[in-house]
Design a protein around this ligand. Structure first.
Ligand code: B3K
Ligand code: ZN
Length: 876
């Protein structure tokens, strides 16, 4: 194999030929599917005449090829490893090809593949080239007409994009359906499904009065698990009409649940394919978190119909154009449907843990990368989540009304086109009159900006001076950085009154909650008429994706935790306070000094537990300690054992000191009411289950018994899973093992519940976690070819901080072994799974050497481009 070569954004050219209409016929067979394609091709008006026709194609056996009905001889075209080339084609012509492919051998799950007995497709980003020869790039948009032929008994349901226009019987027990999609689309949005599926149907009337049929297609045994997804879909459709004025544009909208799927879901036009984990829910099988995830993903894929499908990306460097914007849209939707501050807290805790780590590691890249080897490696937290944070900043910068005008402009001006990030930002600039040129740097500069802030109150003059200094650390390929335009929302909380003080900046009235703009490397902001000494509440609601350092004292933090009017920053103050205490304890653990709990943290928690909460869901978040992964992110060098010990110590100290309060909280929030995935119930369950986790942490009889009773009551999966996890993660193996066994037997038939069963076991802190992984890899419910199983067992184990990072290197070895096998089976999953090993710089020397040795061992294999790119960066 030759070394994979990077592709550069600066090399972009429009395609030499475009396709205006695509006719496909699939004759389905697991081992030998025939795909006939008729492409209506014409020269691109911006390209010179006479260019050769170059089509992408991989793993295709060409059976026939003709131009305008004339079969081509073997010397009239050239086949390469990457596609097909024909010289001397006319300006406008019909190209007919026929290829053979083998869906049953497709374990990469890209292109046409089998999942159980069904056939399905995944084409984004470059899977369509494994189906037929095609200009497989998003700036080629065509209407599609697709005929699917299959065995009538085994594949009664045949689906593709758009509307069904014809169906019929064929000889030999076969049948066909023809689908037409009137909306021009790039090949990555093509989809086909064939199988023995059942549907749940509903209707939606759009704001202009059009009737849309909504269908969710599942295997028969899952028919009872679609209600929540359907309700979420209807809410999302209404929300997009009300919020963005966008309505749906086909007569039907279909969702299909697929068991073998690399990602969460895929927004194919009119025919979304979903990982079954992202669509199926039932109170007995799915947790609150899973219900909310389903709602978010259903909405995300639906919102893509405008932000992605009607207006798509010119090239894959622009991926965040559709993903960042669509994540922002689904985040706002979820905030509107649930507790908004909790949604934000959840987003940000995840973001600061995982995206910050990506931005600080060897695979760091800008939200718009300027080169890549394998685009499949760029479906990252940076493209998605940091991209969404940038859109959120834009929205806050120009204000919602201007943002909405900008979005209208974007959707109408570029409808049916493939465009760039500048096109989007320009619409916002035009609609708002803002100069966004400096702001655009957010898209090209990688790394997490850090802001060092300090402030001073001048009693005599009633002036508060805030000095902000920004710097963005060097990232691979980007040693020097420019200052960004960072909008920071802030308030000044008066230390006497506990209230937000009115802010006047340069004579301008900012109100009690306003935005300041940091543009220079260093900038001073002078607030006048400040009546009392304030504690600043900075970057409220996480108004910019930065690390903000301010020398808060523990008293300041306790004050903000009690008084900040911004729910997010109140929570953040608690996290910062806990982190300071954790820092001391981590140091104590390392130095072998006795650990002493900071009484200020205990008092802050006591205050939380004894004051009436205005938002119970937020309270549950406030009572949750920062995760080990987040604590690790804050440390210069990660000491997994010290972090684990320090966090356990804090938890147990709080539980011991506040046992009665936790006990009361637990009792007050128990409920026998039938399960509903509604905000109030979810908040109550979260509070109860947080309390339970403290009570179990001290492992006295009382806490353990509560967990056991909650497990046995079997009321809903949220409660059962929490109780089981606490038992399994405790040292009470005598109780945990029978519970695990009972759970495993009860749910042996349900793959999504078995995924949870796997994860719970391999994330336990006890030292047998690694042996359990090895043992469970032979379990009949496990399979290396199913991405959900790999994530549930191997991926979850790699999050088990103490055991994955064992000092004998066995955790690393196991991960590398699996990655090597997956490199062959499913390169996209392999390249993702290896991530924890690529973060070796963060650990002590012994672990660094062990991790690098495993990366080297992987490098010794014949690598897929996906893994090649990641490993080369990790070892650079
Ligand atoms: N657009 C898809 C991503 C598919 C990528 C697969 N390599 C899911 C989403 O973001 O909605
Ligand atoms: Zn998306």
């Amino acid at each position: 194999m030759s070394e994979p070569q990077p592709i550069y954004l600066s090399d972009y050219r429009p395609p030499a030929y475009r396709v205006t209409h695509t006719e496909l016929t699939f004759d389905l067979d697991p081992a030998a599917t025939r795909v006939k394609a008729r492409l209506h091709v014409e020269r691109h008006p911006d390209r010179e005449p006479g260019a050769p026709l170059e089509l992408d194609g991989e793993q295709l056996a060409l059976k026939a090829i003709a131009i305008d009905g004339q079969a081509l001889g073997e010397d009239e075209y050239a086949l390469t490893e990457r596609g097909l080339r024909v010289d001397g084609v006319p300006e406008r012509f019909l190209l007919d090809t026929e290829v053979e492919i083998a869906p049953e051998d497709n374990t990469a799950l890209e292109g046409l593949y089998r999942s159980g007995g069904m056939f399905c497709t995944q084409c984004e980003a470059e899977g369509f080239r494994r189906i037929t020869f095609y200009p497989d790039r998003p700036d080629v948009m065509a209407t599609f007409s697709t005929t699917v032929i299959g065995d009538a008994a085994g594949l009664p349901v045949l689906l593709s994009n758009g509307n069904p226009v014809e169906r019929g019987e064929l000889p030999g027990g076969r049948h066909f359906v023809t689908w037409e999609d009137p909306h021009p689309k790039p090949s990555y949005l093509f989809a086909l499904v064939a199988g023995d599926l059942k549907k749940v149907e509903d209707r939606f009337t759009t704001m202009s009065g059009r009737e849309v049929t909504l269908q969710i297609w599942v295997e028969e045994e899952n028919l009872g698990k679609t209600d929540h997804a359907m309700a979420s879909l209807k809410r999302a459709m209404r929300w997009d009409e009300e919020t963005y004025g966008r309505e749906y544009d086909l007569d039907r909208y279909m969702i299909v649940a697929v068991n073998d799927f690399n990602m969460g879901a895929m927004e194919n036009k009119g025919l979304n394919l979903f990982n079954s984990a992202a669509v199926l829910t039932h109170p007995q099988t799915a947790t609150d978190a899973a219900f909310q995830r389903v709602e978010g993903i259903v909405a995300h894929e639906y919102f893509h119909n405008w932000s992605g499908n009607r207006v798509t990306c010119r090239d894959w460097f622009q991926l965040s154009l559709k993903e960042g914007f669509t994540v922002f849209r689904d985040q706002c939707f979820s905030a509107d449907t649930n507790s908004a501050p909790v949604k934000r807290i959840e987003e940000v805790s995840f973001f600061r843990t995982a995206q910050f780590a990506e931005d600080a590691g060897p695979t760091a890249h800008p939200v718009r990368p300027d080169h890549y080897i394998e685009i499949g490696n760029f479906y990252t937290l940076t493209i998605y989540e940091k991209g969404a944070e940038i859109v959120r900043m834009l929205c806050n910068l120009v204000g919602w009304e201007a943002f909405r005008r900008g979005a209208d402009r974007y959707f109408s001006r570029f409808d049916g086109q493939a465009v760039t990030i500048e096109d989007f930002v320009n619409c916002m600039a035009e609609a708002s009159g803002h100069d966004l040129s400096q702001f655009l740097l957010w898209y090209s500069q990688a790394g997490t900006p850090e802001i060092d802030a300090h402030g001073e109150y001048d009693y005599a003059n009633g002036v508060y001076r805030l000095v902000l200094r920004q710097r963005t650390p060097a990232t691979p390929g980007q040693p020097d950085k420019l200052p960004l335009h960072i909008p920071l929302r802030l308030g000044l909380v008066g230390t006497k009154t506990g209230r937000d003080l009115p802010m006047t900046l340069d004579g301008e009235d900012l109100g009690t909650d306003g935005v300041i703009h940091l543009r220079e490397e260093e900038q001073e902001f002078v607030f006048t008429d400040v009546a009392e000494a304030p504690v600043p509440s900075l970057a409220r609601n996480f108004s910019a994706p930065v690390k903000l350092h301010f020398p808060y004292s523990r008293e300041d933090l306790a004050f903000l935790l009690a008084h900040d009017s911004d729910g997010f920053n109140r929570w953040d103050a608690g996290q910062r306070l806990a982190l300071l205490a954790l820092d001391d304890l981590i140091a104590a653990h390392r130095n072998g000094v006795e650990k002493v709990m900071d009484p200020r943290v205990v008092e802050a928690f006591r205050h939380l537990l004894t004051t009436e909460a205005d938002d119970k869901a937020v309270l549950a978040e406030m009572l949750t300690l920062p995760s080990e992964a987040y604590i690790a992110e804050q440390q210069p060098l990660v000491d997994v054992d010290a972090i684990h010990a320090a966090r356990e110590f804090v938890k147990q100290s709080l539980a011991t000191a506040l046992r009665d309060d936790f006990r009361r909280l637990y009792e007050e929030h128990r409920s026998e009411a039938p399960y509903a995935p509604e905000p109030e119930q979810i908040a109550a369950r979260s509070l109860k289950n947080v309390a339970l986790s403290y009570l179990v942490s001290i492992e006295d009889e009382e806490g353990i018994e509560l967990a056991q009773r909650q497990f046995e009551a079997d009321h809903n999966m949220t409660d059962v899973r929490q109780a089981l996890t606490l038992l399994v993660h405790s040292s009470r193996g005598d109780l945990a093992d029978p519970a695990l066994r009972a759970f495993g037997e009860k749910w042996a038939h349900d793959p999504l519940v078995m995924d949870q069963w796997f994860s719970i076991q391999v994330t336990r802190p006890q030292s047998d976690a690694l042996d359990r992984v090895k043992f469970l890899m032979d379990h009949p419910a496990f399979s290396l070819t199913n991405p959900n199983k790999v994530r549930a067992l191997i991926g979850a184990f790699a999050q088990n901080r103490v055991n994955f990072h064992r000092l004998d290197g066995e955790g690393y070895r196991l991960l590398a072994d699996v990655v090597i096998e997956l490199n062959r089976l499913n390169p996209e999953i392999a390249a993702r799974l290896v991530t924890p090993l690529t973060r070796w710089q963060r650990f002590d020397e012994t672990r660094q050497e062990l991790m690098k040795a495993e990366l080297e061992r992987i490098r010794g294999e014949e690598l897929s481009p996906n893994l090649y790119e990641v490993i080369e960066k990790a070892l650079a």
